[in-house]
Write a protein that binds this ligand. Structure first.
Ligand code: FMN
Length: 191
């Protein structure tokens, strides 16, 4: 079995040192289809999301947590775009990320909660891949979400898998160099 990290360093090439979990996080497509995340670890990962800050402490983030093999997992997987469906079924858990309420920061807060979740997952030795390529309306209908609840993204959560199991196209994406805009472009004013 070839883990992608055996042959290709995916660690961020940073200009200044950052926390290991931040540098080591990347979004794989190759997940181990046999891996099961233990319940305590899964709770820990969700707890990190729960303790994220939010505007006025409104806590608008909601999650549907679906373990592989469950009916909810199948439902979420069925509503991914084809290019995501092709590999996301190997993950241990699919999480539907939902923003509840109409406060203007709800989706910002949800994103921050998911960011915290991804970093806690990385710290636990797990990997995440966030997906916007989903059928948001279809997911809202499938889970009978309220009008005040918006399905925004899906987080794929699991254990890094065998890169050789990927199609040549996916393997090419999996091994493509990781790039970022320079800080000088991202920071507009820095005086
Ligand atoms: C809101 C959001 C939506 C994304 N949607 C998809 C998607 O539909 N399919 C996919 O393969 N990756 C998706 N990604 C992953 C990004 O492509 C990835 O984070 C980006 O290329 C940077 O790579 P890295 O996470 O490995 O550093 C998404 C990420 C975010 C934050």
């Amino acid at each position: 079995m070839t883990l992608i990290t055996d042959s290709h360093s995916r660690v961020a090439d940073t200009t200044s040192p950052i926390l290991p979990a931040l540098a080591e996080r990347w979004s794989p497509r190759g997940f181990d289809p046999t891996a099961v995340i233990d319940e305590d670890t899964l709770t820990t990962v969700l707890e990190a999301a729960r303790w994220a800050p939010s505007g006025n402490n409104n806590q608008p983030a909601r999650f549907i947590v679906a373990r592989r093999g469950s009916a909810s997992f199948t439902k979420i997987h069925q509503h991914l775009m084809g290019f995501n469906q092709a590999w996301a079924d190997k993950a241990s858990v699919l999480i539907l990320n939902i923003a509840e309420g109409d406060n203007p920061w709800a989706q910002y807060d949800l994103g921050q909660a998911v960011a915290h979740l991804t970093i806690q997952a990385q710290h636990e030795g797990l990997f995440t891949h966030q997906l916007g390529g989903i059928d948001r309306k279809g997911l809202a209908d499938a889970f009978n979400l309220k009008a005040s609840q918006a399905a925004v993204t899906v987080t794929v959560l699991g254990v890094l898998g065998d890169a050789e199991a990927l199609s040549p196209e996916l393997l090419q994406r999996e091994t493509a160099p990781r790039t970022r805009k320079p800080l000088t472009e991202v920071v507009l004013v820095n005086d």
